[in-house]
Design a protein around this ligand. Sequence first.
Ligand code: GLU
Length: 478
Amino acid sequence: MSVNGHGEPSFRQSVDLMFNRAVALMDLSPGLEEKIRVCNSTYTVRFGVRLRGELKTFTGYRSVHSEHMEPVKGGIRYATSVNQDEVEALAALMTYKCALVETPFGGSKGGLCIDPRQWDEHELEQITRRFAYELIKRDLIHPAQNVPAPDMGTGEREMAWIADQYMRMNTTDINGRACVTGKPPHAGGIQGRVEATGRGVQYAMREFFRHPEDKAKAGLTGDIEGKRIIVQGLGNVGYHAAKFLSEEDGGLITAIIEHDGALVNEKGLDVEDVRQWLKKTGSIKGYANATFVVDGPKVLENDCDILIPAALEGVIHLGNAANIKAPLIFEAANGPVTFGADEILRNKGTLIVPDMYANAGGVTVSYFEWVKNLSHIRFGRMQRRAEEARSRLLVEELERLSADQGLGWSLTPDFKKEFLEGSDELALVRSGLDDTMRTAYQAMREVWHGRNGVEDLRVAAYIVAISRVAASYKSKGL
Ligand code: GLU
């Protein structure tokens, strides 16, 4: 099964081939190598729901790639393109992603073959609850064993239904809410989860630009400010990444590619404005402040400094890799570059910041949410006012000293406000995410620059991740 009709290996095979490149540079026993590579299990369920006067059958999957740590973690995708090969590839990527950013989970992924736009909210609720019921029954949704999250086509609403379904079926489980992450804050979610993957892309890019040696490899200098960025996909990930990079870091979003075309504006697009237009009309067509291009995928080949594919897998393939002009690709989607395309890009010097790192912000904040659910208290609740009180003591003492000694110091109101503010949950989540993205990048680049034969960040990321999974298997006696 080809991922995109270019006669290339399937998505899962592509992930395995990337894995193989990394293990060729490692010293693992063939048995352990095989154990880590293979997907442990994939459960397929076909269930019926009575809708619109008829019995409709749906097909869903939950794949568990590795249980070296439990629970296993990974999103649930709703799309008509969902299939077993894709779910298994995504589950494998979850294993490596979790290991790379040190979230204590194995890898899993789920999917339901459905076009969510074809169904009303109450119908989607019935379908989701039924799918969840099938998975809960088999412990494929469980706070200690398997914890899903949102992915393409799902969000807070679906996660709230899943959590509620679990709690209806497990009324005495005090940790029931930890059975799924990405819930809305009123249903046990955490601040900052919705923006997390896009925010993680921003923190990853900031960290990349802190290393002159690394940017030089992509022929770039300076920081994000003024860089011409093309984003593919204005869904949750692409939208937040583009918004933060343009509004907070001065990046210029010179093109946004959607499924029905692309918007191009060399002066930079107003991301929020485009998103509102897309929400209102259901399409980017007709948006005023840009040129509309019908052939969206062709815009991936436009001149720019940074390309952020934030939509589907396999969008950069043997058919277009040679034409990609961006010297730097940030993989906000899972698997946007096929194995074959990766090779072409590497040979022509394109630098790729790989998916398992670039989009790990989502699972990182999911981890914080899971910990919050298990500890039954929101982050910052105990410390925030104590932190404020200590800061106030210091400010008052400084002001007293200044007055007593006639020094005439005065702290600016902005400084005082910021300094005196204790960290709330959102600030703590962002701080934890920032730290995670910095630490993981440093682990990757250490291998990239310090280990013989490692040419690129993707192989480096795999090596870091696989070493950690291997260590965990070894300590289990395998
Ligand atoms: N679906 C997201 C991913 O691909 C998030 C997974 C999670 O939070 O468990 O990483």
